[in-house]
Ligand binder design. Structure first.
Ligand SMILES: CC(C)(COP(=O)(O)OP(=O)(O)OC[C@H]1O[C@@H](n2cnc3c(N)ncnc32)[C@H](O)[C@@H]1OP(=O)(O)O)[C@@H](O)C(=O)NCCC(=O)NCCS
Length: 185
């Protein structure tokens, strides 16, 4: 019902809620292998109950103002999403994240969607610092952080155990004054 246009290619950013669990699961099934290269989301969302539980956990975060989740629709099909895994208004910090199914990659959808939610967090909610955590091997994700004007602040070594392997996590972030300066330049 509520949608934000992501450009003239018809892509839209909309709330993604528990009642859409079936659509979310179908989308995840299309993207399971691609999405799961570096992150555990497809291993958490495996059937209708777990899809609904994941969306419900974000509905609860939204109700508590501690996180957000939005879907990206392209020509009416759910193809990915962006989220605030954490959202701490009192401290002015948040961590953003994202995923896409492979057919939607390479079109700038995530960069455009992230610009919308980060701008909302900074300008409307007073968030001072937005972080981005990505495996150091996840080049497409790091390219998104770079396009968003973020700076790499460090690498946390071997902190993420996923499918039996430990990976290093790069921490990127943008601060509110940097975000505003990039918008005006
Ligand atoms: C991370 C991920 C979402 C990045 O997807 P992506 O399609 O590369 O990112 P975007 O949607 O921002 O698109 C950027 C690409 O579109 C191109 N593009 C086209 N039009 C564009 C536009 N208007 N604006 C920005 N980029 C545009 C860019 O050049 C870039 O392509 P390139 O990498 O070949 O240079 C994707 O790889 C993914 O889902 N991976 C699996 C899940 C995951 O790892 N999530 C991140 C966890 S940290």
């Amino acid at each position: 019902m509520f949608a934000i246009s992501l450009g003239d290619d018809g892509a839209e950013l909309r709330p993604l809620e528990p009642w859409q669990a079936e659509e979310f699961l179908t989308h995840m099934d299309r993207g399971r292998e691609f999405v799961g290269q570096h992150i555990g989301l497809p291993d958490i969302v495996t059937d209708l109950d777990s899809a609904r539980a994941y969306l419900t956990s974000y509905a609860e975060k939204a109700a508590n103002d501690t996180g957000r989740l939005y879907g990206i629709w392209s020509e009416g099909t759910l193809v990915g999403g962006v989220l605030f895994r954490t959202f701490d208004v009192a401290n002015g910090t948040a961590e953003a994240g994202c995923w896409l199914e492979p057919s939607a990659a390479g079109k700038g959808l995530i960069t455009r969607a992230c610009r919308v939610i980060i701008d909302w967090a900074i300008e409307e909610r007073g968030i001072h610092r937005v972080e981005w955590h990505a495996s150091t091997k996840n080049e497409p994700s790091i390219a998104v952080a770079r396009r968003l004007g973020m700076t790499q602040e460090g690498v946390v070594r071997e902190n993420y155990l996923y499918r039996g392997h430990r990976s290093d996590t790069a921490i990127w972030a943008v601060l509110a004054p940097e975000w505003r300066a990039a918008k005006t330049s």
